[in-house]
Design a protein around this ligand. Structure first.
Ligand code: FAD
Length: 503
């Protein structure tokens, strides 16, 4: 017999952070939302190092900031890099940014099984009809070919159908649905890496307060992440150029240990550690073909968020930031259209415009960062000629890698911006006294990075943004895009800038 067709305003496919963000915000706005997840949570996922914009900005908007704060995740105050030929690692601290100075100057390193589970439960608590072990196999279309729902096989093995005004594809990098939005995946020509990763107990920690930092250490064939997930557990992964992909085939254990051996600082930190060999962390996993963007992020009744739309590269931990930020943007657009306030074109144009901009900035920045390592030899001599190091640039750099580039209230904390900027002066001085934000050598490295034109532009924009915060003139959020929209007062939909300025 034909399956019974249920109805909802929106179906969200995927229970990861992207899906839970969009579902929660739509449910909070009073829409009927069904969120379908293939696995039974908690389930394993990679992507453990987060940015402040996610844990303070988006999580606050979702009403889950406190629960996350109480979950016992490792505090990440910044990043440590062994990048280039200098054997001394350098640090950046989130504390030097005005957006995340003071009490918010950290993010978390998370076991994604726990983090994603908290977001999914919160989505259900917010009113979403969350259904696990429901595998979406196809979309439903009307006579015009527009997507009007999904078909899924449930835990009972039966086929189910749900009709909806919009289908959000948040089903991650293995999505089978994006083509129905008229989208095609385009792989990056620059980022063509493979990753091999596993877990260790007993790895060394940096001295406090940097003990929760992510360490990224470059070596000949690529780089290694070293993420302290707890006092005991460390996530270790090698990112290797695709040309070396053959090396991660076959004996994965031997391959990972060989990469670790080549990377002095990680080898030293793991010298007393043991690899976890049982349970969910016992497996050595690989990932490849993960750097891509779709030609469209919405269309034909569908909206793509998170890895279903795009992903760049693990360096600088932008994956969960992009997935949750795109979830916020998508929810605003869907809310505005369902409320009859904006046309699809206008609302989703804003969604795609902002999302692409965020993606493009990180894409260029990450490319420049990779380039910095590759051209180390010639750079080394050029850098000798660079004198001095502009602290404003340093601040802007860290704001970018904290996820605060868009200047969105939703990603920081609008009410506290000015206050925190003042507080941060003291923190800044303290941090500068301790580390200089970074050591002098890294300052010179950063100067090299700033030569990339797009990074230069971003830095200027962010310095302007921060100056605005410092002057306390931050009253109405300006449109981010030319002729674009601004977030509504509650942050859950879009408004025309003029309308908001009068009200
Ligand atoms: P996902 O987390 O993948 O969630 C998608 C969900 O959809 C899954 O639960 C899946 O089971 C479900 N699903 C799939 N198909 C279906 C279906 N047909 N029906 C129903 N449900 C379905 N990001 C960071 O922020 N920090 C990092 O340190 C970091 N490191 C990374 C390292 C590597 C090697 C890689 C490859 C990525 C890394 N990332 C990192 C990126 C991060 O993993 C992703 O960007 C993030 O998980 C995307 O979240 P999402 O919600 O879009 O998708």
């Amino acid at each position: 017999s034909a399956p019974v067709r249920e109805r909802a305003d929106v179906v969200v496919v995927g229970g990861g952070p992207g899906g839970s963000t969009v579902a929660t915000l739509l449910a909070k706005s009073g829409h009927t939302v069904v969120q379908l997840e293939k696995e039974r949570f908690p389930r394993y996922q990679i992507g453990e190092s987060l940015l402040p914009s996610t844990v303070h900005g988006v999580c606050r908007l979702l009403g889950v900031e406190e629960e996350i704060a109480n979950a016992g995740f490792m505090h990440k105050r910044g990043g440590s890099f062994r990048w280039g030929t200098n054997p001394v690692p350098w640090n950046f601290l989130f504390a030097v940014t005005p957006e995340f100075a003071g009490p918010q100057s950290f993010a978390y390193q998370v076991e994604r099984m726990k983090f994603d589970d908290i977001l999914l439960r919160n989505s259900a608590r917010s009113g979403t009809d969350v259904r696990e072990e429901c595998d979406v196999t196809d979309v439903l279309t009307d006579d015009t070919g527009r997507v009007v729902g999904v078909r899924y096989s449930g835990r009972d093995g039966a086929v189910h159908e749900i009709e909806a005004r919009y289908v959000v594809d948040a089903s991650g990098n293995k999505t089978r649905l994006t083509r129905h939005a008229g989208a095609q995946r385009v792989y990056s020509e620059f980022f063509q890496n493979v990753a091999l990763f596993g877990y260790f107990t007993g790895g060394e920690r940096f001295p406090a307060p940097d003990s929760g930092n992510i360490l990224c250490a470059a070596f000949d064939e690529g780089w290694i992440w070293y993420i302290p997930l707890s006092d005991e557990l460390t996530s270790v992964g090698a990112v290797i150029a695709k040309e070396h992909a053959a090396k991660v085939q076959g004996d994965r254990e031997a391959a990972l240990m060989r990469f670790v051996d080549r990377c002095d600082i990680v080898r030293d930190m793991l010298s007393d550690a043991e690899r976890v060999t049982d349970g969910v962390y016992g497996e050595l996993r690989t990932r490849k073909d993960y750097s891509y963007a779709n030609t469209r992020f919405w269309g034909n009744g569908m909206v793509l968020v998170g890895d279903a739309a795009c992903f760049i590269d693990p360096v600088f931990s932008t994956g969960v930031h992009l997935s949750t930020y795109s979830g916020v943007l998508a929810a605003r657009s869907i809310n505005s259209v369902l409320a009859g306030e904006l046309t699809e074109e206008r609302a989703f144009g804003e969604f795609e415009g902002r999302y692409r901009r965020e993606y493009a900035v990180f894409y260029e920045f990450l490319s420049a960062f990779y380039d910095m390592e590759q051209s180390e030899d010639s750079y080394f001599w050029r850098a000798r000629k660079v004198t001095g190091f502009d602290r404003t640039d340093m601040t802007a750099f860290v704001s970018l890698v904290a996820g605060a580039y868009s200047g969105e209230d939703a990603l920081t904390d609008a009410d506290a911006v000015v206050i925190r900027f003042r507080e941060s002066t003291a923190e800044l001085t303290e941090a500068a006294a301790r580390t200089g934000g970074m050591d002098t050598d890294s300052g010179q490295r950063m100067n090299h990075l700033f030569k990339a034109p797009v990074v230069r532009d971003v830095m200027e924009e962010m310095n302007a943004l921060q100056a605005r915060g410092a002057m306390g003139s931050r009253t109405v959020e300006a449109p981010l895009l030319d002729g674009g929209l601004v977030p509504s007062a509650d942050g859950l939909s879009w408004a025309e800038p003029a309308v908001r300025a009068v009200s």
